[in-house]
Design a protein around this ligand. Structure first.
Ligand code: C5P
Length: 238
């Protein structure tokens, strides 16, 4: 089955060997992969080179969160790897996001390469109402997600990471030309794991998501290729 660029498979492994196992099993069904901290901290940049050799698109999900200069310089260090999407935490604030986007664009221009898309994590999809209360927040999760998405857009970012349950509100607030990458995607009947604010693949796209991040429902499936293809078939007509 032909890959759908809207499906990003999370490579939450510790070794390049495990990555190769899944990427080779999924073959041409999947064209976009997410490399997060679990994999990058243990396997390093070699995993990005491997995915590029395989002509895959890469979302490097390291969720940078620090003072503006440190995040900006950190992104410049990642620039040479050739990821297609990188990200920061929106709760780092407007100045941090703006500096991050500016430094990244400057570095791309200097190196004469295409600038990766830069997106911001709003509120983790694992946060539930109880976690939210514990953080002492006065507004609802949705209000805060929309506030952070608008701030990210104003800071010059290309989009956000958010729950599929908030995608419609973000789409309305930030317009059509804004990436909304949604983890917390669970096909009907799949295990929820530690996610809280979830939706099915088709519902996530119907709500306005531009990309879906799916990890365990594919990785832990008895037949990962069949699981990926079932999602591609489900979203084909959305
Ligand atoms: O296995 P599962 O489908 O839950 O994987 C979701 C992936 O998306 C994980 O790699 C997780 O780190 C990531 N993620 C998330 N929520 C966010 C941002 C990223 O679940 N807000």
């Amino acid at each position: 089955m032909k890959a759908d660029n809207r499906l990003i498979v999370a490579l939450d492994f510790h070794t390049l060997e495990d990555v190769k196992g899944l990427v080779e099993t999924l073959e041409d069904s999947v064209s976009y992969y997410k490399v997060g901290m679990e994999l990058f901290y243990s396997a390093g940049p070699g995993v990005i080179s491997y995915l590029k050799e395989k002509n895959k698109n890469i979302f490097l999900d390291l969720k940078l969160h620090d003072i503006p200069n440190t995040v900006g310089q950190g992104l410049c260090s990642l620039m040479g790897l050739g990821a297609d999407i990188v990200n920061v935490h929106a709760s780092g604030g407007f100045t941090m996001m703006k500096t991050a986007a500016e430094k990244l664009h400057e570095a791309a221009e200097k190196q004469g390469v295409a600038c990766p898309k830069i997106i911001a994590v709003t509120i983790l999809t694992s946060i539930n109402e109880e976690d939210w209360q514990g953080l002492g927040m006065q507004c609802s999760i949705r209000e805060q997600v929309v506030r952070l998405a608008k701030l990210a857009k104003k800071a010059g970012l290309d989009g956000v990471v958010a729950s599929p349950q908030e995608a419609a509100a973000i789409r309305e607030a930030c317009g059509e030309d804004f990436m909304i990458v949604t983890p917390g995607v669970r096909p009907a009947g799949a295990a929820i794991n530690d996610q809280s604010r979830i939706a099915t693949p088709a519902a996530a796209l119907q709500n306005g998501a531009s990309h879906l991040v799916v990890g365990r429902p594919i990785r832990a499936a008895e037949n990962p290729k069949a699981a990926a293809e079932a999602i591609i078939a489900e979203i084909a007509n959305v």
